[in-house]
Design a protein around this ligand. Structure first.
Ligand code: SPV
Ligand code: MN
Length: 624
């Protein structure tokens, strides 16, 4: 203990030492001292969440060139390295103790080897830099959901982003019980040239779930560095597994029903598949757009937003389609833009922003001009497809008032949705909880997007939209979902949506705004206020109900022909999907629950029977 104190005393100025020691938690002191011994920072800054300290972080991000001011004085821009523009799934690994098995969907290395590698790579990385120590709370404060987390980083951009995205926790750390479980995050950008990590080939995220610690190195992209986001989600999934709750890659929103009623939904969509835009739909209110914790409280499923901000994809954000986000991004609310193009007037520009494309500017490749190509002769777009904006939720006009409720909100429905060109109808309700967990959550597939490194547009198995973050064997994770509601009288309904259905020519057959109608229909289903057609894959809407919802909420004439095209049962595609899903579970998920195979077989049998009777493609009027 004395050794820890002497490291801290030697490395921290009086003011920073006092700030750290005001948190009377010896594990915190030890984590900071260990990080100092390993990374050898030139200086250490402990942030106590005062205005002065948080402003200092923002100012320093600019002074060090990690961010640059934009024309709007409340805005900055940050660039990640050219090869560091998305989550690096391959190099995000679990450190697995000998004898433990995680299953083949998770990248993993031996724990002892991994810890040594992390130490080697982090050793001395802050020699000419300042280390920032910050304290946050995941979920609302003073709640059964709260998880305190410490972030150590040498990136002021990371520390600044977290300020917008998470609930400040310095005071909470001062008063919480000494033995409260804590998540620990240590990040270094490594060597920098022009503020960009140069050792990106040695980048990595190493998750030591034994000690709730995540090490991140030689990377800057927020998905790899912001410990509280997807790095903490991986730890939270393990904690939830032990304690009987769920940590999910889900939005949380209130769908506003008739006479002002609010019904809360969570929604799991893979990155880049409409999660944020659904949670932001006009006429409803948002609690969160990315991460939710779900617990059972007093016989109900209740959920909270883990975060208090949005790190959203900015591509295609337009004044017409996303008026609320657009307004916030043109207001006095603080925002960090990343990997956009900056014009000579210091305005940010992003792909498909509804304006004439720029001819020149600065982007993630440096000085950019029209027609610029990369080393392989590929044209570099003016902004990255995965360019993002970081904002707090507080500026949103549609923010739900339950954001910080320590008890969370009661969940009426859970929605699963992926990028599916040919199989699922735009909206359907599962036959029951188990059917939803298996045929919707566990069977989710989606085409890849620019949110992860690698090619886009490839159909991949994406169970629960959470596969990238699941940190326990997949079969066990599914069993946890099945078991979650055993003692609940009326569990949330489970729905599947598909915004990406296409015709034979490859054109989308639903409109972006249609999701408003699907949400309103689901809201009515939760209250049993609208009837549905039972099909082998789930309950689908009646035409008349959708027609009136389209008229009411979108002022749009919805034709029967559109309905039939969108909601016909595509039997061969469903059968092919069951084949794929069964195969992936049989071959790669040895602990998959038996119930999964039974439910898939039942669904296959029903589909085969109906195919025999009615053919390959069945319009809803025949099913009704
Ligand atoms: C996602 O890719 O799912 C995101 C952004 O929400 S991040 O995980 O932070 O990369
Ligand atoms: Mn996400």
């Amino acid at each position: 203990m004395n050794e820890i104190m002497s490291v801290l005393e030697q490395s921290l100025t009086d003011a920073n030492f006092r700030k750290l020691l005001a948190i009377p938690n010896r594990r915190v002191h030890k984590f900071v001292a260990d990080a100092i011994r390993l990374c050898k920072p030139m200086k250490v800054f402990v942030c106590n969440d005062s205005r002065e300290d948080t402003e200092y972080i923002r100012r320093t991000a600019i002074a060090r060139g990690e961010e640059a001011p934009l024309a709007n004085p409340y805005h900055t821009v940050h660039f990640d390295g050219y090869f560091d523009q998305a989550r690096d799934k391959e190099r995000t690994v679990y450190l697995v103790p000998k004898g433990e098995v995680l299953g083949e969907h998770l990248s993993q290395i031996d724990r002892d080897y991994g810890l040594q590698l992390a130490r080697d790579r982090l050793s001395g990385t802050m020699e000419n830099k300042k280390m920032v120590v910050r304290f946050f709370v995941l979920g609302p404060l003073d709640s059964p959901f709260s998880i305190p987390a410490v972030q150590i980083t040498d990136s002021f951009y990371v520390a600044h982003s977290e300020d917008l995205l998470y609930r400040r926790g310095y005071d909470y750390f001062r008063r919480m019980p000494e033995d409260h479980e804590i998540f620990w995050m240590l990040h270094s950008s490594g060597k920098l040239i022009h503020s960009v990590s140069t050792d990106w080939k040695k980048r990595g995220v190493m998750i030591d779930y034994k000690t709730n610690t995540v090490y991140s190195m030689n990377t800057q992209y927020a998905g790899n560095t912001i410990g509280l986001k997807k790095l903490a989600l991986r730890l939270a999934i393990r904690k939830a597994d032990k304690e009987g709750w769920l940590a999910e890659h889900m939005f949380l929103m209130a769908v506003h029903g008739p006479t002002g009623r609010k019904t809360y939904f969570t929604g799991a969509f893979p990155s880049g598949c409409g999660k944020t835009s659904t949670s932001m739909t006009r006429g409803n209110s948002i609690v969160g757009d990315d991460l939710a914790y779900l617990r059972k409280i007093d016989g109900k499923v209740r959920a909270v937003n883990v975060e208090r901000g949005i790190f959203g994809i900015i591509r295609s954000v337009t004044e017409k389609d996303d008026p609320i986000i657009w307004d916030v991004l043109h207001s006095k609310q603080p925002a960090i833009f990343s990997n956009v193009l900056v014009t000579e007037d210091a305005e940010p520009r992003w792909l498909d922003d509804g304006l004439p494309p720029p001819k020149a500017g600065i982007n993630f490749s440096g000085e950019w001009f029209e027609g610029k190509v990369d080393r392989n002769g590929e044209v570099i777009p003016y902004a990255h497809k995965n360019a993002r904006y970081t904002i707090g939720l507080d500026g949103l006009s549609n923010l739900d008032d339950a954001l910080d409720d320590p008890r969370g909100v009661e969940v009426g429905g859970i929605i699963y949705g992926g990028r599916d060109r040919d199989t699922w109808v735009p909206v359907q309700q599962s036959l029951n909880w188990e059917h939803g967990v298996i045929t919707m959550g566990a069977s989710l597939e989606s085409e890849t997007t620019a949110a992860t490194l690698g090619p886009s547009g490839v159909r991949k198995f994406q169970p629960f939209s959470n596969l990238d973050f699941i940190s326990i064997p997949l079969g066990r994770y599914i069993q946890n979902h099945l078991d979650f509601v055993v003692d609940i009288d009326s569990p949330p309904l489970i729905f599947a949506v598909n915004y990406f259905l296409r015709d034979k020519e490859g054109n989308f057959i639903t409109d972006k705004s249609d999701k408003r109608v699907w949400l309103k229909w689901m809201e009515l289903r939760v209250h049993d206020e609208v009837d549905a057609i039972a099909t082998p894959t789930g309950h689908i809407p009646h035409y008349e109900d959708l027609k009136s919802l389209f008229e009411k909420h979108l002022d749009k004439e919805y034709s029967e022909a559109e309905y039939e095209e969108q909601f016909k049962l595509r039997v061969p595609d469903h059968l092919a999907k069951i084949e794929r899903i069964e195969k992936v579970y049989r071959e790669t998920v040895p602990d998959a629950p038996e119930l999964l195979y039974r439910i898939l077989s039942e669904q296959r049998a029903k589909l085969e029977a109906i195919k025999h009777r009615l053919g390959d493609c069945i319009v809803p009027s025949v099913l009704a």
